[in-house]
Write a protein that binds this ligand. Structure first.
Ligand code: AMP
Length: 277
């Protein structure tokens, strides 16, 4: 049975019992509006852990744009219907006050991997992510945390967080789940019109072509990729960059794991994607 829990006290009481019984506990942090990408994380957690908690919390601290926070879809009843058949034990859906009660004064600030790309374009975003993930790990007392490669830089931030703060959680990065036409699944895709939805896969298509061209030594591949994305109908490309896969430093040479990462705007919706080189 899937329980919906709203307070840290109730969650902790339950998890303490599980731990006393020796159960491994997995957590899947989400902001809700669940799709197959989120469900794949919950399935991975179920495969590894005796107990699984999916958290649903639209974290105000990671939104640098208030309009984006207001527009973010909230579909808790439908989310619960998707999670129940997977055998998720708990949906932890706290209120903002439960997570950030009056007097809350602490923040996790991260340099290094949190600085370029999304960190530069969305000031405060990764500090908000690092703060809430540290809190969710503390609240759930989980042994393992499941995150999507869809948010590649976020995954590196979370890996850095647990190392730097000695948080005893094993971080698992799960593959990006895509629509049949290649578009990475995202709660934001629902904000696109039918015409926008038809244009959106062009980002992944252009990135895939660029990755092949980069491997073949084509120095113009990133510029071509940008041109293709704009020609497909995207309004603006914020970045298309080749980076070291774990540090996210600018790529030097092709002899180490690299990642091609992009962010682009379509119909006022900011889409991100990344692929290995
Ligand atoms: P969000 O609800 O957007 O904060 O995402 C919650 C978790 O789901 C994050 O770890 C995301 O990386 C992951 N996720 C989102 N979309 C996908 C996807 N298409 N494939 C795999 N994981 C995803």
């Amino acid at each position: 049975m899937t329980q919906i829990i709203r307070t840290v006290a109730d969650l902790r009481a339950l998890v303490r019992g599980w731990k006393a019984a020796g159960d491994v506990v997995g957590v899947v942090p989400t902001m809700g509006a669940l799709h197959e990408g989120h469900l794949s994380l919950a399935r991975a957690a179920k495969a590894d852990c005796a107990r699984v908690i999916v958290t649903i919390f639209v974290n105000p601290k990671q939104f640098n744009n208030p309009d984006d926070l207001t527009k973010y879809p909230r579909t808790e009843a439908a989310d619960a219907d998707l999670l129940r058949p997977l055998g998720v034990d708990v949906i932890f859906a706290p209120s903002p006050d439960e997570v950030y009660p009056t007097g809350f004064a602490t923040a996790v600030t991260m340099a290094g991997v949190a600085q370029p790309l999304e960190g530069a374009l969305r000031p405060g975003h990764f500090d908000g992510v690092a703060t809430v993930v540290a809190k969710l790990f503390g609240m759930t007392m989980a042994d393992r945390g499941y995150f999507g490669q869809k948010d590649w830089q976020q995954l590196q931030v979370v890996k850095r967080l647990v190392r730097d703060l000695n948080i005893p959680v094993w971080v698992v990065g799960c593959e990006t789940i895509r629509e049949a036409d290649g578009l990475a699944m995202s709660s934001r895709n629902a904000q696109l019109s039918i015409a926008g939805r038809a244009i959106a896969p062009a980002l992944f298509v252009a990135m895939t072509r660029a990755a092949a061209a980069l491997r073949a030594g084509d120095a113009t591949a990133l510029a071509t990729c940008q041109t293709e994305v704009l020609a497909a109908g995207f309004e603006r490309v914020e970045y298309i960059e080749l980076r070291d896969a774990s540090s996210l430093d600018p790529a030097e040479g092709l002899d180490r794991p690299l990642r091609l990462l992009a962010a682009a705007w379509l119909q006022g919706v900011r889409l991100i994607d990344n692929i290995p080189l």
